[in-house]
Design a protein around this ligand. Structure first.
Ligand code: GUN
Ligand code: ZN
Length: 431
């Protein structure tokens, strides 16, 4: 990280609050000709370029970005790196898809070298798509997490990952035990949690593949290591939910299975939550837990359309996830496109400001990383991207017609993809 002060000039947008919670115009800061000042990889200031430049020494290195929009890097709050190469596997809903494609694919990750090769490709895809932080599933093998963190560390990224816990209802050669899952997770936490920008997530795959004993042990581990995350799946698919109620007859629904093992909390992230009861939203809210909304996956697996309005009513933290390889794109812009459509199908609205909030600051809040990533607040880590209005002829033509910022953001969210990410910067440095 260079110690010189660096400045980036161009159109700048970042969020200060959830547009659903404050007046929309108070939820963001927008500078048509803005300046982002960075020192030691951290944000020093953001503001109007002419005003800020007047206060700065002449001869300051200024990088100009024209015809684009500078914003904080996207945050993917739920994704499986080992499923990268099995994306677009045909014709099944969740439980069959896991059996037929996912479990066989994940067996390869007992091999550390294989894990590193896939992690390298995965992280390159994320950065190309403008995603700078992700909450990531490994596989049951501890080697998969060692491999992932090794590559993420080389790239100086802020990443969260964990070894999958699963000791039942899956292929035997993919099972751990309550004891080995605990011991392996503990060793990985000791080795990686808060090493550079890396953090650990205790990762029970989902209730069906974990014994009650294993879930309880995960809860104990979480208590032993405050600051470590909890990452799992919740209420994604109707057959899955029915299966959970058979497997755990003493629980009052799916979320309660996790609750009974003390797995809810400020750093707990539950992927999907497509079919939640009000009382479950209430419980997620009062424990400050978060949901990862994964629209491309929910559509691809035919899981359903996430009820964002319900989450807002109960004030549940929500981030966006690609859920690769059930998700169908690494691009958060493409994810916003499909998020919008899921809300259309529900008869609900997803405003462009809410969309870009979810992709940036909303993800940071969901991960309890507000102030560290997700916006350009002073002292935040300077992971940012530049979107390009002219990367494709159609985008250029459509943007040329836009009269307002709202309209431009909407067009970016519907027509945009990785081609429209001109640059990705990590701690101020272009990658
Ligand atoms: N539920 C349990 N495992 C998985 C997985 O790998 N992907 C998705 N989408 N849902 C799951
Ligand atoms: Zn998933």
């Amino acid at each position: 990280t260079s110690t010189a002060t660096k400045a980036f000039r161009g159109e700048i947008l970042h969020f200060l609050a959830d547009p659903a919670k404050v007046a929309e115009e108070e939820s963001y800061q927008y500078f048509e000709d803005g300046l982002l000042l960075i020192k030691n990889g951290l944000v020093v200031a953001v503001g109007n370029a002419t005003d800020l430049l007047a206060t700065l020494p002449v001869g300051l290195e200024v990088t100009q970005y024209d015809n684009g929009l500078i914003m904080p890097g996207f945050i993917d709050t739920h994704v499986h790196y080992p499923q990268t190469e099995m994306i677009a596997s045909y014709g099944a809903q969740l439980l069959e898809w896991l059996e037929n494609y996912t479990f066989p694919e994940e067996k390869q990750f007992s091999d550390f070298e294989h894990g590193k090769r896939v992690a390298e490709f995965f992280l390159t895809q994320l950065l190309d798509a403008g995603t700078t932080t992700a909450l990531v599933f490994g596989t049951v093998h501890k080697e998969s997490v060692d491999a992932f963190f090794t590559i993420a560390q080389q790239k100086k990224l802020r990443m969260i990952c964990g070894k999958v816990l699963m000791n039942q209802n899956c292929p035997e050669d993919l099972q751990d035990t309550t004891e080995s899952g605990y011991t392996d997770s503990k060793a990985l936490i000791e080795k990686w949690h808060n090493t550079d920008r890396l953090q650990y997530a205790i990762t029970p795959r989902f209730a069906p593949t974990c014994s009650t004993e294993q879930l309880h042990k995960a809860g104990e581990l979480l208590k032993e290591y405050p600051g470590v995350y909890l990452h799992t799946h919740l209420s994604e698919n109707k057959n899955e939910i029915a299966w959970v109620s058979e497997l755990f007859p003493d629980s009052d629904g799916y979320l309660d299975v996790y609750d009974k093992s003390n797995l809810l909390g400020r750093r707990s992230i539950f992927a999907h939550g497509v079919h939640l009861h009000d009382h479950e939203c209430q419980r997620l809210s009062e424990t400050n837990s978060a949901i990862a909304f994964c629209p491309t996956s929910n559509l691809f697996l035919g899981s359903g359309c996430f009820n964002l309005k319900q989450a807002e009513e109960f004030d549940v933290n929500v981030g966006l996830g690609t859920d690769i390889g059930a998700g169908t794109s690494f691009s958060m812009l493409t994810t916003l496109n499909e998020a919008y459509k899921t809300q259309q199908l529900r008869g609900d609205k997803l405003s462009p400001f809410k969309s870009f909030y979810l992709a940036t600051l909303g993800g940071a809040v969901a991960l309890d990383l507000e102030g560290t990533i997700g916006n350009f607040t002073k002292g935040a880590e300077a992971d940012f991207i530049v979107l390009d209005y002219q990367a494709t002829p159609l985008m250029a033509r459509r943007i040329a017609r836009c009269k307002t910022l709202t309209e431009k953001l909407f067009v970016l969210s519907i027509l945009g993809d990785d081609r429209h990410v001109k640059a990705t910067h990590i701690m101020g440095e272009k990658v």
